[in-house]
Design a protein around this ligand. Structure first.
Ligand code: ZN
Length: 288
């Protein structure tokens, strides 16, 4: 199943015979058994009923989905974390050893933005960088997951950007990763939350990052140093996760900071982020 946040309401996204995406309002289609808040589809407890609705609706009769009206699929994650250096290509370009365990930082929920929202780059900050990522959303209470059962805790996958102010991220004496990656709008996600069963291989998701028409990043989650299941197992050793918690799973090589010459985001840039089977986010950069 594919889910979206359409002007604050939970919708099931279905494909009509003409190939277009249509939006089925979850509250109406469930006759009120499920609410309208997007939180309903990140809760795996609701997926059986959502599956019944998906199987019974007539996609051709559902209204067209207007992408411009989409918000973040999980607009208010209870918590968000990101992982640094999780693709070999990014470790190499950063001049670092391959990590032996994942390094996490926070992405606080104020940074979450929609799939077509503007990314606001604060005026006077000149090292704002892009990081295309696959983002996972937990769907039920999870503590002490194993790699083998990790996927069973996840409600879905979406596209993400882990926008980063490199100047702040690496400013000495304290490298403020969490702050530098959590400015307002620095965590666009979307356009859809897609359940893991929709993918031919949920451990091999193609990821592409494009800035103003130039392909900057291309990778596949099969190249992750720490796979999605291993990240889930590692994180839930000590911390309990629950429905709507998000994890940005790392960015591949090709970020602006590591390019020669460096390529930081400027006013008017358009960042396009694609995950195979999920779709494409398009975020304009606005300096303000
Ligand atoms: Zn990142």
């Amino acid at each position: 199943m594919r889910f979206a946040n359409l002007q604050g309401r939970a919708v099931l996204v279905v494909r009509a015979d003409d190939g277009t995406d249509r939006a089925v309002d979850v509250e109406r289609a469930s006759d009120g058994r499920l609410g309208s808040d997007p939180a309903v589809y990140v809760d795996l407890a609701n997926h059986a009923l959502l599956g019944e609705i998906a199987a019974s609706v007539s996609a051709n009769d559902a209204p067209a989905l207007d992408p411009a009206l989409l918000g973040a699929p999980v607009p208010r994650p209870p918590k968000g974390l990101g992982v640094g250096l999780n693709y070999r290509t990014h470790a190499i370009e950063s001049g670092r050893e391959f990590p032996t365990e994942p390094h996490f930082f926070g992405k606080t929920n104020n940074c979450v933005a929609g799939p077509f929202d503007d990314v606001i780059a604060p005026a006077g900050r000149h090292e704002i960088d892009f990081e295309a990522e696959v983002v996972i959303a937990f769907g039920r209470t999870c503590k002490g997951a194993t790699e083998a059962d990790a996927w069973s805790y996840l409600a879905g996958v979406t596209c993400g950007q882990d926008i980063s102010d490199r100047g702040e991220q690496f400013r000495l004496p304290i490298k403020q990763f969490t702050i530098a990656k959590s400015y307002d709008t620095f965590g666009p996600t979307g356009p859809f939350l897609v359940t893991p069963d929709e993918f031919p291989d949920r451990d091999a998701l193609a990821l592409t990052g494009v800035v103003s028409g130039e392909v900057m990043q291309e990778a596949n989650t099969s190249d992750l140093i720490f796979s999605i299941p291993s990240l889930v197992a590692w994180l839930t050793r000590f911390m309990t996760f629950g429905p709507g918690d998000l994890v940005w799973t790392g960015t591949p090589g090709g970020v602006g900071e590591a390019r020669t010459p460096q390529r930081f985001l400027v006013d008017g840039d358009v960042i396009e982020t694609t995950v195979s089977g999920v779709g494409t986010m398009r975020n304009r950069v606005v300096v303000r």
